[in-house]
Design a protein around this ligand. Structure first.
Ligand code: UD1
Ligand code: UDP
Length: 385
């Protein structure tokens, strides 16, 4: 069974890093990088740090243009002739690869399937829904995502098992190394500090919303460390906006420094998906600067709250409340599992290849056990999906 895993952007590089070597050592496996992200601070730093093998195939597309991504990926698939293509998340690389895989008749497995913000103005939401429609197996991070797939989109539960999220696997693998590092110097001097990421199109591509965000941030009585995503850096210049004095602006950071900075922070402010998941994994309070989230589990558990930049006012008070109430939140469970998502992926693929599983993983409430993965593999073999 020939497997290709597709990756195109920073979060995919981070989340796929624990899985790719495990697949490479067990299968005829190709790691394909589309080149959607290309700056060294968005790509190479993660290849170097996370000990994942570099890509076997590098397409160098250099943009998020869907047609270009799909054409390049389809061309590569025609040469590789994969049986199974693994795609991750909700980027344009994910969608292009799923469509390209479908066009060559490969079985598509979507990892991080089923998460929904129910906001169809988000390009990522559209990408997720379409990819889940193409995929034969949808590996959901949580039971809620499985439920969304079944309840709202009529997808088969058996082929939509919950496996946890690879973001936790990445953190567990590197936690000791990260925590043995000092907090990066600029942060360590700060005492109480916030860490922020902002790059969502609905936030930074709309001058009024981006301007409102900066005005709200200026009122927070704390230094806010902000490694700036390239999209955001381009927009601040284009819109002629000025950073407030309490923002400490930096280049995008490597995973180790960024995780160390987050682990020492008083509060996290973000519109990123991965950072919301990491916040609950690190048990640091989080305010998500969006009207909605596809990671509602973090909100239910009191680890995250939403701030709608268009409607809500007084972010500083919301931040104060989030910090004050965080120690008393009722459930300190990680809905994304405890770091065994990679093992569930491996076991599923081994069962699909007709082999007995080579790895064990513990029982985790709400996540698939071996028999659920066997049922998914059998359903695919019998033509369901
Ligand atoms: C993309 C994903 C988004 C994901 C994010 C992760 C889509 C539609 N969006 O958004 O879901 O959360 O990646 O970070 O796929 N740029 C650089 N260097 C790079 C990459 C981008 O300078 O390495 C600049 C370019 O000016 C580019 C802009 O950033 O035009 C936006 O990049 P793009 O890949 O289109 O979208 P992201 O905002 O990165
Ligand atoms: N991240 C990083 N350095 C940074 C900012 C983010 O390593 O300067 C990591 C972060 O820990 C998380 C991932 O990048 O694992 C999130 O990626 P991003 O916010 O770009 O995308 P999203 O998760 O929103 O799709």
């Amino acid at each position: 069974m020939k497997i290709v895993t597709v990756c195109g952007t920073r979060p995919e590089l981070i989340k796929l890093a624990p899985l790719v070597p495990e697949l490479a050592s067990r299968f005829d496996h190709t790691y394909l990088f589309t080149g959607q992200h290309y700056s060294p601070s968005m790509v190479q730093v993660f290849v170097d740090e996370l000990q994942a093998p570099g890509p076997d195939v590098f397409l160098d597309v250099g943009s998020s243009d869907l047609d270009a991504l799909q054409e390049a990926t389809a061309q590569a698939f025609r040469e590789i002739e994969p049986d199974v293509v693994l795609v991750y998340g909700d980027t344009n690389s994910t969608l292009a690869a799923a469509q390209a895989a479908d066009s060559v008749g490969a079985t598509v497995i979507h990892i991080e399937a089923g998460i929904r913000s129910f906001d169809r103005t988000m390009p990522e939401e559209l990408n997720r829904v379409i990819v889940d429609g193409i995929a034969a197996i949808r590996l959901a991070p949580t039971g809620l995502a499985t439920w969304f797939l079944e309840a709202f989109e009529g997808r088969d539960r058996v082929t939509s098992p919950a496996i946890g999220n690879l973001v936790v696997d990445a953190w567990k693998r590197h936690e000791d190394v990260v925590m043995s590092r000092p907090i990066p110097a600029a942060f360590g001097e700060a005492g109480r500090y916030a860490v922020m990421t902002l790059h969502r199109q609905a936030t930074v591509d709309v001058p009024e919303v981006f301007g409102r965000a900066l005005a709200e941030l200026a009122a927070i009585d704390m230094p806010i460390f902000f490694p700036v995503h390239p999209r955001t850096a381009a927009r601040v210049e284009e819109f002629g906006l000025t950073w407030p004095d309490n923002l400490r602006i930096a280049e995008p950071m490597g995973y180790f420094d960024f995780m160390r900075a987050m682990a020492g922070a008083t509060i996290l402010l973000t519109d990123s998906g991965g950072v919301q998941e990491e916040a609950i994994s690190l048990d640091i309070p989080c305010v998500t600067l969006r009207p909605n989230t596809e990671r509602m589990e973090t909100v239910f558990l009191g680890a995250n709250r939403l701030f709608d930049l268009e409607r809500d006012r007084d972010l500083a008070s919301v931040v104060t409340q989030a910090i004050a109430s965080h120690p008393d939140r009722p459930y300190k469970l990680n809905p994304f599992g405890e770091g065994h998502a990679w093992a569930r992926c491996v076991v599923l693929l081994e069962l699909m290849a007709g082999r007995e599983p080579s790895v064990e993983f513990p029982h985790e409430p709400g996540l698939a056990d071996r028999s659920a993965l066997r049922a998914a593999a059998e359903a695919i073999a019998s033509g369901k999906g």
